[in-house]
Design a protein around this ligand. Sequence first.
Ligand SMILES: Cc1cc2nc3c(=O)[nH]c(=O)nc-3n(C[C@H](O)[C@H](O)[C@H](O)COP(=O)(O)OP(=O)(O)OC[C@H]3O[C@@H](n4cnc5c(N)ncnc54)[C@H](O)[C@@H]3O)c2cc1C
Length: 423
Amino acid sequence: MAQEFPTQARVVIIGGGIIGCSVAYHLTKLGWTDVVLLEQGQLSGGTTWHAAGLVGQLRSHANMTGLIRYSTQLYSELEAETGLATGWKNCGSLAVARTSDRMTVLKRTAASARAQGVAVEVISPREAADLWPVMAMDDLVGAVWLPGDGKANPTDLTQSLAKGGRNHGARIIERVRVTGITVKGGTVRGVETDRGDIAAEIVVNCAGQWARKVGLMCGVTVPLHSAEHMYIVTGKIEGVHPDLPVLRDPDGYIYFKEEVGGLVMGGFEPEAKPWGMNGIPDDFEFALLADDWGQFEILMQNALVRVPQLETTEVRKFYNGPESFTPDNNFILGEAPELRNFYVGAGFNSMGIASAGGAGRALAEWIVNGAPTMDLWPVDIRRFASFNNNPRWLHDRVKETLGLHYAMPWPNRELHTARPFRR
Ligand SMILES: Cc1cc2nc3c(=O)[nH]c(=O)nc-3n(C[C@H](O)[C@H](O)[C@H](O)COP(=O)(O)OP(=O)(O)OC[C@H]3O[C@@H](n4cnc5c(N)ncnc54)[C@H](O)[C@@H]3O)c2cc1C
């Protein structure tokens, strides 16, 4: 029998991507079971479904590494709990350095990751090539090896988190669009939807690249902008096997992972291509953008340096999907300073699959405790102000933020795009 549409809930979550489902899962784990999650399409149909599924723990902020360390633990155990596979494979990962400067950065982040309890080894190019025999290694100066890293199937992971939430009482309702936010006296009171209103004590905006628009419904600044983000899937390559680690070659802006005996190859080009300047269509569901080999060229050229066999390998599929990026390449988490009891978990800068476990738990704890339970300042929503929501500024800045993933994270780095903005 179809369940009646709810008219009230303690928590309403907007968005059924991996982040919304993780928040629902973790809230119920903390004993808050009166949770309703609303998804305008189908679960994972926004950005989550076409992610490459890399889960890498090495981050320039120690606490972000800590969050992803928890994700790896959760993803390895979730299937046993929910009975739904997640595609998690603990294949490990390698990051290689082409220059001594890069090696310094890798060693520095490795030391910080080690302090977070992450297993990490500094190794030679020869040892790296033993772990990843299809790569050319002559130009490398060293590498780091993270045996605890892995990869997952983003859609399966989302469904598994949703099932875990449902098992503990969360209601997850697809094909419901939130059209407005109800506010009284500076506090959120609920949501308006195309199926009726729901009164709520807490509302959580996990609407992915639509989160800026949802924020604008109630005067909350969620500064993010979409950019096109691409990878290819190749045919079979000799020497590529299911246990092959993930490989990152940040000096070439690229990464690789095994898929059905071939390679997924994608990356973070230094100058990205913004998308969605006229708004993100509501019905952009399980959808992709047109192939753009011109934009992809810099990645392809570098991939040929690292894996010469690609020269003669067939490309089976080109994936180009939009992802939202923030002005500083860190995601946006926490209670909005403009509106009490309205929380945001969005702008995941192509780290949403890796971060979902840890970020979902951190946001659920923040909601239940009324304050963050750890230092989350790099991602805290309060670091932004309303002027950061300027659409032209966001458009110009997103060209730079995507590439920051693999750019040198020198201390006190200043970004150069979208200036002058304020004098
Ligand atoms: C090509 C590509 C490769 C990637 N590879 C990786 C990777 O290897 N590793 C990694 O960690 N990350 C990767 N990512 C990033 C990752 O996919 C995202 O960070 C993550 O999926 C974001 O999840 P989300 O839940 O925030 O957003 P979404 O999955 O987009 O979910 C948001 C949901 O909100 C719903 N929604 C929006 N507005 C409303 C409304 N008004 N009412 C109801 N519902 C609404 C949408 O329909 C959508 O389903 C990749 C991204 C791309 C594009």
